[in-house]
Design a protein around this ligand. Structure first.
Ligand code: NAD
Length: 456
């Protein structure tokens, strides 16, 4: 054996590297095995590059639409090359930060592809290692649908879109989930023609219905063609997508076609069969403590198929590390903020109104429009609202759904309130700073009590 570890983490994304750091903090001799860049999909091909591009898109769009009234005269133009370089610099800087953290914690970083060789051993490159505990954090990759033409060069997955060096003239996006809608926002903000083709009756399926409807309306208002209940039939040359909507065959063309139809777990070539680790629908099956079916082997992040979000992967990493250190920690999935970086942003936590109604819970609904919030007006973003659902009798906060500027920052307050079992009255009684977008949370809480001062 080349070396022996208390814990070996396979995969250096936001699940894996956080898990490795926590294992080291808890006194474990730890290895982190990664065959690409540290930071995983989130940092290198996901959250960070997307949001870096979207930040410029938001500025561009605001100045284009409102420059004159903002008192900013003169025309602006996009230098996409400079933007792409900035995005890469941000990634590089954050990556170096993770490398420093890993090194600073005396974690052995093995830059190889790992393969399990048994329940307590793995191979990385040509060397064989022993580990008392192993954590699989191998992540996920973009999925594709097997329609004719899916292999054409103009068909790009999210990895390829984020590596573009120039902005495409137009885009057809297959899939109206989080990735599809964020890319639609990006291209449309830069004035490009965008078509979204979604199989289900609504985009952003799983989000609260009011949010889905409001965002669909807004995208359409900004010129995005949104087709729901639509089935892609084939992709021909020139990015021409044929699809069927309501029994009618239609066509949409784009200089690129973005495939954004979900992500599949990366479980191949990991040697899972050598240990007999059980899978469930292709994902690695885990219990609440992230334990797989094999003693001493844990799995975290997208490969578990629980909730494919970076912050959930990190939380799972901390839970797995605690258990490796002998605790009995469990993941709680009830309060997870979900964010979509549209313009304005979307964020939610807890149950949707449909879920509350289906559960037969008596509830109150508090609503406050962004149009009545001073800060939103200053930010030129009157579209949107805060909606909070609370239990009619106990005041328990059941769910919150926000479409507003900086919604993704606002949702933290709700998540903290729900996690600490605060009731709606406590949100209402909390003095919120003025003028802020967060005031909308307080106003919506007042509205739930029928006592909102800034709404008739
Ligand atoms: P998704 O599951 O959110 O959406 C995929 C969409 O594609 C679904 O609406 C689905 O109905 C649709 N679809 C599937 N097959 C189709 C077909 N043949 N024709 C048309 N539509 C079809 O997946 P995603 O948007 O690819 O994102 C993948 C994961 O990454 C998600 O779990 C998401 O939460 C995560 N992610 C999160 C963020 C964020 O937190 N802001 C951003 C990007 C991605």
């Amino acid at each position: 054996m080349a070396d022996t570890f208390d814990a070996a983490v396979i995969g250096g994304g936001p699940g894996g590297y956080v898990c490795a750091i926590r294992c080291a903090q808890l006194g474990k001799k730890t290895a982190l095995v990664e065959n690409r860049e540290l930071g995983g999909t989130c940092l290198n091909r996901g959250c960070i590059p997307t949001k870096a591009l979207l930040h410029t898109a938001e500025l561009y769009d605001e100045i284009k639409r409102h420059g004159k009234e903002l008192g900013l005269n003169g025309d602006i133009s996009l230098d996409f090359g400079a933007l792409a370089e900035r995005k890469d610099r941000i990634i590089e800087k954050l990556r170096r930060g993770i490398e420093a953290l890993v090194k600073g914690r005396k974690i052995t970083l093995i830059r190889e592809t790992a393969e399990l060789t048994g329940p307590k051993s793995f191979r990385a490159g040509t060397a064989e290692y022993a580990a008392d505990n192993m954590v699989i954090a191998s992540g996920s990759g973009p999925a594709a649908i097997p329609v004719p033409g899916a292999g054409r060069p103009e068909v790009l997955n999210s990895d390829a879109v984020l590596a573009l060096k120039s902005l495409p003239g137009s885009a057809v996006i297959i899939g109206g989930g989080v990735i599809g809608v964020e890319f639609a926002t990006l291209f449309a903000s830069f004035g490009r023609k965008v078509t979204v083709i979604e199989m289900l009756p609504r985009i952003l399926n799983g989000m609260d219905e009011d949010i889905c409807e409001a965002m669909t309306r807004l995208l359409k208002k900004r010129g995005v063609a949104v087709h729901t209940g639509a089935r892609v039939l084939e992709i021909a040359g020139g990015g021409v997508c044929s699809f069927e909507e309501g029994g009618v065959r239609k066509e949409a063309a784009g200089s690129i076609v973005v495939m954004a139809v979900g992500r599949r777990p990366l479980t191949k070539n990991l040697g899972l069969e050598k240990t007999g680790i059980a899978l469930e629908r292709g994902f690695i099956a885990v219990d609440e403590g992230l334990r797989t079916s094999v003693n001493g082997i844990y799995a975290i992040g997208d490969v578990t198929g629980k909730v494919q979000l970076a912050h959930v992967a990190s939380a799972q990493g901390l839970t797995a590390a605690a258990n490796i250190a002998g605790k009995n920690a469990k993941m709680a999935y009830a309060v997870i903020p979900a964010c979509v970086y549209t313009n304005p942003e979307i964020a939610s936590a807890g149950m949707t109104e449909a879920q509350v109604a289906a559960a037969g819970l008596p509830y109150r609904k508090g609503n406050f429009p962004a149009a009545a919030n001073g800060r939103s007006m200053i930010m030129n973003c009157p579209e949107g609202f805060v909606k909070i659902l609370s239990h009619k009798h106990t005041g328990e906060i059941l769910g919150a759904h926000i479409m507003a500027p900086r919604a993704t920052d606002m949702i933290g307050e709700i998540a903290a309130a729900m996690r600490s079992e605060a009731v709606i009255e406590e949100l209402a009684d909390t003095i919120h700073a003025h003028p802020t977008v967060n005031e909308m949370i307080m106003e919506a809480a007042h509205d739930a009590e029928g006592l909102c001062c800034h709404k008739l």
